[in-house]
Design a protein around this ligand. Sequence first.
Ligand SMILES: *Cc1c(COP(=O)(O)O)cnc(C)c1O
Length: 425
Amino acid sequence: MKLPGAPFLAREAGELRLEGHALAELAARFGTPLFVYSRQAMLSALRAYQRALHGRRHLVCYAMKANSSLAVLQTFAQAGAGFDIVSGGELARVLAAGGEASRVVFSGVGKTRAEMRQALQAGVRCFNAESVPELDTLNEEALALGCRAPVSLRVNPDVDAGTHPYISTGLKGNKFGIAHAQALGAYRHAAALPGLHVVGIDCHIGSQITQLSPYLDALDRLLDLVEAVEAAGIPIHHVDVGGGLGITYTDETPPDAGTLVRALLQRLDERGHGQREVLFEPGRSLVGNAGVLLTEVLVLKPGFTEDGGKNFCIVDAAMNDLVRPAMYEAYMAIEPCSQRSGPAESWDVVGPVCESGDWLGRDRRLAVAPGDKLAVLSAGAYGMAMASNYNTRPRAAEVMVDGPRVHLIREREEARALFAGERLL
Ligand SMILES: *Cc1c(COP(=O)(O)O)cnc(C)c1O
């Protein structure tokens, strides 16, 4: 079986290794739960977009909500990426990591006035606005600061991305964007506001998309609008096709980034829009397969249910560390760090949190014993970024490997830090 995360993740002589580093050793050295990322895997994923876009005016804006750890942002900033942010906090992180505001697009369905001011003062490249009232507020804030806000309108193209309902965002019934039918009116409105400067159009139709066709349908819908808006005398500079490209967790076969980019560029050319600057906002596809979550087996409870049918493998990582299985019933591959001989049995791999939804994998064939280290694969996206302190569990540490080097990029949280801001009566 090809491991998700290959070739950076590989099993050699029974040992699971990331960029050559034995994961069992990293778990022993830094403790568990532990996220480990491959810097080369991240750079390789970014380069796949950049290579396919070579020769075009473009910007790949890493959708940092997928993994916003500073060293991850630094890695992408140094490699020439911009950032797609969804909060003022994310903007602060980009700047702390050495990223440039002029390469930041600010997305999100509910921006506060304070966030708008922060982003205007920093000088972000573009606000991706999602409603007419947002345009009005942004106009007011820009005028109060004596500047003009660069805006793009996020259009809801009403295409089905064919993904989980919670991560589908481009359908009429979703909260995101401006309805396609109202977009021309919204552009006229924006163009008439003195504090705004229309610069682009954008969409984002969902996440973990494994087909090309929804992207092409969405692009066609965007280009129809670009033509209508420009015919109304409002020039549109860039087209931002959003993110959402899927990765392999188990047997998904998404197109690779190069294939996606080339298909979209070809459609732009065919429709006479080849000169436009193109923006992408990939999140998961840049980091998902670059990371693993390491955990230790605490207790085994074989034959636990009445019919003797269920085996529980209780590990020290939980839904607070990695919520995707609990939240989306997401499948994530689980592999022993060091293979042991002996018969594999079927285990539900679950955490210690007091919720029946606290599971990482169900019915997994594993040969395990207490003390073994397991790796949850493809955990680089929406893992640490969604981690919480539920059950007063300190968040995991994070390590980034880079060729021969091993960097601790986030210390394990300490329990007392979790209540440091609280006050007794
Ligand atoms: C979440 C998000 C992305 C990134 O989605 P991925 O599926 O991680 O690629 C891009 N753009 C916007 C506006 C988003 O909200």
